[in-house]
Design a protein around this ligand. Structure first.
Ligand SMILES: Nc1ncnc2c1ncn2[C@@H]1O[C@H](COP(=O)(O)OP(=O)(O)O)[C@@H](O)[C@H]1O
Ligand SMILES: [Mg+2]
Length: 340
């Protein structure tokens, strides 16, 4: 079992590029179709995953209808873009559009602590929360940054100021942990041998970087923990984050996640010029680090370790092709970084 040292998140949604949108809405107010569709999707995710997701699907099945009834919610459709049991687009009886997310008891507690502390700054607002059933009602936001951003620089321009806002959440609301880098080392140790066959160079470099980070990791802010573009949603002319992990860590970690995806862009850059993927990502990590005032080398290293552990995580959750894409881009970067 993978250790949970600061590493409780879901994997990012599969796919390195723009995400396919939500399924078409079912009839407003009827609801059962949307719940059945969400359950079918949850079952599909469970079936392809190596990690046993059955208890979260069971919990979702057990509570979703009662929560909708108790909170007078009509369901519209399930929402794509995550990897757990899918959230539902719902409406309250006063017509307010909202999103219902259900987790097993305990799973969403830390996220809710951070969302409450943020009180809408940088993050989605909480409309209702019930810890016993793990039921969370959020303001309904718009499309994700993944749908709008055309490139990594586009994402960085949105994410750096948004994260700077999110990092103002008081440290007392964050989860203290032994260190994110140690958690990632433990993932490398557990999942690396299982899914990283023929990737020894990449795993070795990720371990080296993670050890270097672990030796000097700082408790600076409450990190979002997984600020990829599908966790950034439109709020009017601006943006808000959803789905925080909320551990106490360093800014460079969150920025490393920002440069973690972009697999398609990196592959294109490499096709255009050998070494192009490395050059592009180095340039972007410098730009992002400079705009946030953090050490670019730390951003780079967190980004690489995250790329490798995400590749392993995706494979664990059954997304074989997407996993290979992350690990292939990690291979390109490791090759260009040279030996040692
Ligand atoms: N408040 C919200 N408003 C609109 N869409 C949302 C909201 N919360 C979640 N979603 C949609 O559901 C997807 C998955 O939600 P998320 O909380 O990130 O789940 P997971 O924990 O599985 O990653 C998001 O990428 C987004 O498309
Ligand atoms: Mg998410």
């Amino acid at each position: 079992m993978v250790s949970n040292l600061c590493s409780t998140r879901n994997p990012p949604p599969p796919g390195c590029g723009p995400k396919v949108g939500v399924r078409p809405a079912t009839v407003l107010g009827v609801g059962q179709d949307a719940i059945d569709d969400a359950l079918a999707e949850a079952e599909r995710r469970r079936a392809i995953s190596d990690l046993d997701l059955s208890s979260s699907v069971r919990h979702f099945r057990e509570v979703v209808q009662a929560v909708c009834r108790d909170w007078s919610l009509s369901t519209e459709r399930w929402l794509d873009g995550g990897a757990g049991t899918p959230p539902l687009a719902v409406r309250r009886d006063d017509g307010t559009a909202a999103v219902l997310k259900i987790g097993e008891p305990g799973d969403l507690d830390q996220a809710v602590r951070v969302l409450h502390a943020a009180d809408g700054h940088g993050y989605a607002r909480v409309l209702a929360w019930e810890a016993d059933r793990g039921a969370l009602l959020l303001e309904r936001l718009g499309d994700s940054l993944r749908m709008e951003a055309r490139s990594l620089p586009d994402e960085g321009r949105v994410l750096v100021p948004l994260l700077q806002d999110a990092w103002t959440v008081p440290l007392t609301s964050g989860r203290r942990c032994e260190g994110k880098a140690r958690g990632l080392l433990s993932i490398l140790g557990d999942l690396g041998p299982r899914y990283g066959e023929a990737r020894e160079g990449v795993l070795g470099l990720a371990r080296e970087y993670a050890e270097w980070l672990a030796a000097s990791e700082q408790a600076e802010v409450v990190c979002h923990g997984d600020p990829h573009a599908a966790n950034v949603l439109r709020r009017g002319a601006g943006w808000a984050l959803i789905d925080p992990d909320g551990f106490v860590g360093e800014r460079a970690y969150d920025l490393g996640v920002v440069i973690r995806d972009a697999c398609r862009e990196l592959e294109e850059a490499e096709r255009a010029t050998p070494g192009g993927a490395h050059a592009l990502l180095r340039e972007e990590s410098l730009r992002i680090a400079a705009s946030a005032g953090v050490d670019p080398e730390r951003v780079w290293r967190w980004g690489f370790v995250e790329r490798v552990t995400t590749g392993l995580y995706l494979r664990w959750f059954g997304y074989v092709e997407e996993s290979a894409t992350f690990l292939d881009t990690a291979t390109l970067l490791a090759r260009a970084a040279g030996p040692g």
